[in-house]
Design a protein around this ligand. Sequence first.
Ligand code: NAP
Length: 481
Amino acid sequence: MKAGEIFVGGKWQATRSGETYQPINPANEEPIGVVGKGDKGDIDLAVTAARKAFDEGPWPKMSPHERGRIVWRLGDLIQQNLDEMARLESLCTGKTMFDSGKVEIPFAAEVFRYYAGWATKIHGETLGLRDNAFTFTLRQPVGVVGAIVPWNFPFLLSSWKIAPALAAGNTMVIKPASQTPLTALRFAEICQEAGVPEGVFNVVTGPGGKVGMALVRDPRVDKIAFTGSTDVGKQIMREAAGTLKRLSLELGGKSPNIVFADADMDAAVRGALTGIFYNKGEVCAAGSRLFLEDSIHDQFMSKLTDRVKSLKVGDPMDKATRMGPVVSKGQMDTVLSYIESGKQEGARVVAGGGRADVGTGKGYFIQPTIFDGVTNEMKIAREEIFGPVLSVIPFRSVEDGIAQGNHTSYGLAAAVWTRDVSKALKAAKAIRAGTVWVNAYNLFDAALPFGGFKESGFGREMGSVGLDSYTEVKTVWVDLS
Ligand code: NAP
């Protein structure tokens, strides 16, 4: 791969326009490299390659054993290139090397291994004799998949799409986020090394409005797997209607983290911090609304504000750092404007509240910020901030906590903290969200589905359910009369 190239039909090539751009390292505001600025013409070529690889190529027709071995190899190669992949991820996103190297890239490798195992287990059902006919179903790949991913977990969220899509025999074109394209490009080299046939996996970099939209509109693409903001998700849904594409949409969130008075307080404090400050709050499932039962509010806040001081903000490459910069200047300005709005609406800043000075005079660093005295009606409690800003909201009873937690247009995730099993299970059932953690936050596993209720989207990623959305069911009748 040379600087500025995209990966189409198994070959590295310049974009048709020859245009490039430079992603910026959010920790020092320096350019990281040169990346192709693709457009509709590049998508046209990539979809042609993916279509050919699906319609004629060996991939969907290959023995599932062989396909599974290649998908497994992808997982192994990701693991072998862990340090490089983690470094590329941290350079673009500002996430710490701990987050990328110890958590996210290894998790992505596991996702490939998990779905490698599924390649040989995708099958329909035999329904047997009906009306003198023998009947059964087949599960077949959907076809050409367009994957559009955001910048917060660039490679991990890509793996949630690529691994099941490839295991099921689909071909694909991926469009990474403009700020964070480097791991997708490096992964294309890994695909070459693993023996993924030409045209099966293609990467086109460039702006979402052009490259992403061209993918959504192309009638030869059968499915769009999108993770990103709710607004862009709605736009994609409208555009996809033109060609009636299959869609899975993993969108935003404003997740409630509800602590009941009988909870293990120290564990809940740790959970509240991880829930909002992991990856600087740039997490779709972030526990950005912390609900505290009245009677424990003061004690909890004292512990929380004490512990938040230990979160060192700084260079993501430094081992001591717990929080790097947010991804871009645009994102920093958005987060700071939400902090201003919280102050103006009368919420009380009890930690942070502005930019963090890390001593270099550069970088998009924000202090871990906690607002107390927030109401569910305030903008900082309603809108997804996608940064290190926590809104603390009091509640009176189990019913009140759950009702307030549910009072949001989103439904991606939630957590409840209590020692009472029956209270925990009632809350888990009543909360309208795709994932509910009990006495924990941010647990994920390749075997467990993840996705949203309400405006957090639809469709699930990971687990066997995640695989289903990359297959079509076909019913076959054999007339025996
Ligand atoms: P975004 O602005 O929606 O962008 C996501 C992706 O869509 C990027 O690749 C972007 O390309 C592309 N895109 C932008 N406009 C497009 C258009 N008109 N047509 C087609 N593609 C388009 O979201 P983001 O700011 O990168 O990511 C943050 C959002 O993702 C948050 O709302 C977060 O909650 C959500 N998210 C959800 C999950 C989940 O699993 N539910 C996980 C992670 C993140 P460019 O980069 O070139 O603009």
